[in-house]
Structure formats: structure tokens, C-alpha cells
Design a protein around this ligand. Structure first.
Ligand code: 1BN
Ligand code: ZN
Length: 335
């Protein structure tokens, strides 16, 4: 498209949406800059300015983010695949325009192994307060200890759902945040060392999140609220309210579920409490930060059948689930 013609289209769109919220005013300023620089993001700008005024979450993009992580191999701490994936995640956040901060720590696991841990945060509008933190863990479990085949129980899992799905959705959200400014402070956090735990010790899980919650990654950093995505790519997924989220962050849980309902996913996000999960949101709740866990866990059936098995692989990822969670998240962020 010729540059002056595209400028006119964008100016026309700006004229037509003069009374929109401050967030979209900022979006428009950014769109104008992008047009001036010749970037061809007209489609995204147009989508943000249409009836729903939301950027469009692309399920194929989210899915390819999941596939890319799986292609590194299991992202078990202290392995080359884990380190390579961490580097890729940081570079993707930077490519989408986030200010990237790394937090490194050597954390002792329950079996004495020192986990070389890297939490990776990408900040949008880093100068703003009242920050919304969106997080998912990127490490994967070293053992498929729930597999029905004993021969597989010592092997690491692909973690397509348990790990990569939440990260895949958040990377697609990062792409959109870099295209259409939300007009608020949003941080995307890829958390490490969640899945090395043992069921004999509740405190052996979520080591990276515990470290993050107790050690500000930046001076004075404290998010106003946090949303964790975990296992958000399975088939026939259901996201009932997680017990601790509901008990300690009810307003946030209601707000997220409201966005799901408005996006047409009330059935996938039932207004029942699905059970208690010891996950990366717990250290935030312990620290007085409202935090919710969006996780496929039901009181009656528990986790998906693939959980901590060799079947937690790409074959069992449903792009429609990634899309439902992603579209809900985008509505929640931008509305
Ligand atoms: C979630 C996904 N978790 C591990 N992978 C946390 C958890 C730990 C859930 C122990 C149940 C039991
Ligand atoms: Zn797990």
C-alpha cells in the first residue's frame, strides 16, 4: 500500500474513534508512528479500531510458539535446551518491543541439585505504575513420573501443555502488546524452576516464583495483580476457579471470568471452584499480591490425563484452547 494512502486510512480511523478511551489514544499515537516508519501493521491497527477495539489473538501464532519451545527438547534446568530456550524467550520479548530484565539465581532443589534459574521479564510501558503481571513457567519436568509405562517414568517430558502452552499464549500476547499499546503497565514473566518438585514436599515446587516474589527483579518492583497461565492448551480443557485464587483474589478471578464470558467462553470457564493447586501463584498470594491461576484442573477428574506423562506432547495440544485463553486474556488486558 502507498504510504500516503495508508496514512489517510489511519487518520480516518482516528477521526472516527475520537471518543475512545485513553488506552486507544495511545494506541493511535503508536499506530501513527508505525505508519510513518513504513511498518505494515495496518491490519492490526484496523482490528484494534473496529467494533471490539481489540487486537486479534492468532491461534496459529500461539501454537507455533508452543511447537518452537518443544523443538528445543525438554527444558529441564541445567540443560542446554533449557538455556537455549531461555535465550530465545528473552529475544522474542525484546523483538516485540518489551524492556527485558533477567533475574538469575542458583536455587537448591529437594534432592540437593542446584537449579541454575533464570526468570525472564518483558515490560510494556515500564514507566507506568499499577502493573499487571502475566506469567507462565517455561521449565519442564525432568521425569514423566505419572506415565502408565514404568520405562518412561525416568525420562523428561516435552511439556507441550505443562509449560509451553502458557508461554505460547503469553508470547502471542506480547506480540499484540508490541503492536497495539494497552495504555497500562503490563509485564510478561517467564518463570523458571516450577516443575522440579516432589509431592512429598509442597515447598519443593515453584522455586523460581518464590524467589521472584521475595526478591524484586527491579528496585521497588511490586505488581498490583498477577495472572498465571498453566496447562492452557489441552483438549477438552475446563478452567474452573482454582481454590486459592478464588479465596484470596476473588475480584481478579471475577474480572477474568467476566472477560471469558464476554468473549463467548462461559462454558470453558465455569463458575465453579475446581480444587486447590500448589502453583506459581502461591508465592504472590503469600506476599499479599492478588494472583489467580488459570489452570485445567477439576475437582472430580484432576489434571488432564497427559499430566506429567510422555503424552504431554504437541499431538495433545488443541489450538482452540490456546485461542480461548488468549482471546480472554486480550479482552482482560485491553478492556
Ligand atoms: C502444576 C503443573 N504443578 C506442577 N505442574 C504444581 C503441582 C504440584 C500440582 C504438585 C499438583 C501437585
Ligand atoms: Zn508440571
Amino acid at each position: 500500500m502507498q504510504e500516503d494512502k495508508r496514512d489517510k486510512i489511519i487518520r480516518g480511523m482516528l477521526g472516527g474513534i475520537g471518543l475512545m478511551c485513553a488506552a486507544l489514544v495511545l494506541n493511535c499515537a503508536r499506530a501513527g508512528n508505525a505508519a510513518a516508519q513504513g511498518a505494515d501493521d495496518t491490519a492490526a491497527v484496523y482490528a484494534a479500531s473496529s467494533v471490539k477495539e481489540l487486537p486479534v489473538f492468532e491461534r496459529d501464532s500461539a501454537y507455533s510458539n508452543v511447537a518452537r519451545q518443544v523443538a528445543f527438547g525438554p527444558r529441564v534446568p541445567n540443560t542446554a535446551a533449557h538455556e537455549a530456550c531461555a535465550g530465545w524467550l528473552a529475544s522474542e520479548l525484546a523483538r516485540h518491543g518489551a524492556a527485558v530484565t533477567l533475574q538469575k539465581a542458583d536455587l537448591p532443589a529437594w534432592d540437593g541439585t542446584i537449579l541454575k534459574t533464570t526468570n525472564i521479564m518483558g515490560s510494556f510501558n515500564p514507566e507506568m505504575g499499577d502493573r499487571l503481571l502475566l506469567l507462565a513457567h517455561y521449565d519442564t519436568r525432568p521425569w514423566a513420573d505419572k506415565d502408565s509405562d514404568p520405562a518412561k517414568r525416568q525420562k523428561p517430558i516435552d511439556g507441550a501443555n505443562d509449560g509451553a502452552s502458557g508461554v505460547g499464549v503469553l508470547l502471542e500476547a506480547a506480540r499484540l502488546l508490541g503492536t497495539v499499546n494497552p495504555g497500562k503497565g503490563v509485564d510478561i514473566l517467564f518463570i523458571d524452576s516450577e516443575d522440579y518438585g516432589t509431592e512429598a514436599d509442597d515447598d519443593s515446587w515453584a522455586l523460581g516464583a518464590a524467589y521472584f516474589a521475595e526478591n524484586p527483579i527491579l528496585p521497588g518492583y511490586r505488581p498490583a495483580r498477577a495472572v498465571l497461565l498453566d496447562m492452557v492448551g489441552g483438549k477438552n480443557a475446563r478452567f474452573a476457579s482454582e481454590y486459592f485464587s478464588r479465596r484470596s483474589a476473588r475480584a481478579l478471578d471475577d474480572a477474568f471470568r467476566g472477560a471469558a464470558a464476554r468473549e463467548g467462553y462461559a462454558e470453558m470457564f465455569p463458575s465453579t471452584v475446581g480444587g486447590a493447586v500448589n502453583d506459581d501463584h502461591i508465592p504472590f498470594l503469600r506476599n499479599g499480591i492478588p494472583a489467580i491461576d488459570i489452570i485445567d484442573y477439576q475437582e472430580s477428574t484432576g489434571f488432564p490425563e497427559t499430566w506429567h506423562t510422555a503424552d504431554d506432547n504437541l499431538d495433545n495440544i488443541d489450538p482452540a484452547t490456546l485461542e480461548a485463553v488468549g482471546k480472554t486474556l486480550i479482552r482482560f488486558i485491553y478492556e
